[in-house]
Design a protein around this ligand. Sequence first.
Ligand code: NDP
Length: 268
Amino acid sequence: MGERNSGSKSSRWCLQGMTALVTGGSRGIGYAIVEELAQLGATVHTCSRNEAELNESLKEWSTKGYRVTGSVCDVTSRVNREELIATVSSQFNGKLNILVNNVGTNVQKQTLDLTAEDFAFLINTNLESAFHLSQLAYPLLKASEAASIIFISAIAGVVATNLASVIYSAAKGAINQVTKNLACEWARDNIRTNCVAPGPIRTPLLEKHCTEDTLMNAVISKTPLGRIGEAEEVASLVAFLCLPAASYITGQTICVDGGFTVNGLNLF
Ligand code: NDP
């Protein structure tokens, strides 16, 4: 098998010579993932919708000496997705080691207020785009002979929380299952598939949906580690799962949540 863990100690813990596509890398968790992968030696392509913000991030990475390129892409558009993979294919000579399906967003409404448009938008952004990009990237991943797909899910796909709408949660729950199916179906092609489910992480998305101190304090009080997480703390797990050192891990959904999802009732 292509990726079996037989390299030297240092090559098991680095991504030198590998190529990666990270969707939604211009800020937040995606930004931290791009940095982490690039620091470990990968050549990374990323995308987002806002060109100015993307260019700003690309400039920062170039200053730091990281090999990162980017293109504007709205992953909710089927045509844009096809163009993105064509760009990646030509840039990386038809091979891709790592696909991180990071883009996701929430519409915070009660169930009865959600519209058909909300449903289509949330399912497309959080589920269909990641699924279709994985299909499109499959030949490139297979050609690399040692590949990893990482889906960025959410603890809302593992436990019920009304910080997230039910459609967002359902889409993330579906992503957790897609992870298991692809892990089994594509193992023969040396493609591992894992899923990272963050708890509340300090990013522009969280700040948009968790504006009140009381809400933030409620989240913190349910979190055993007693704080909100940082994007880098998600990125480090994503990078680990892509390393040759993780070559026997596939089909898993791992929460990065300060213990939120394992917390029961703590009375004393
Ligand atoms: P942010 O909103 O902070 O960043 C999202 C990134 O994705 C930006 O680069 C944004 O750029 C890009 N993006 C958004 N929509 C699209 C689109 N349609 N096409 C292309 N790019 C897009 O989000 P986070 O970093 O917080 O979240 C990242 C992932 O982590 C998501 O899947 C989210 O569900 C998940 N998550 C986050 C948690 C948190 O507390 N922050 C908790 C649990 C899960 P632009 O807007 O310019 O397109």
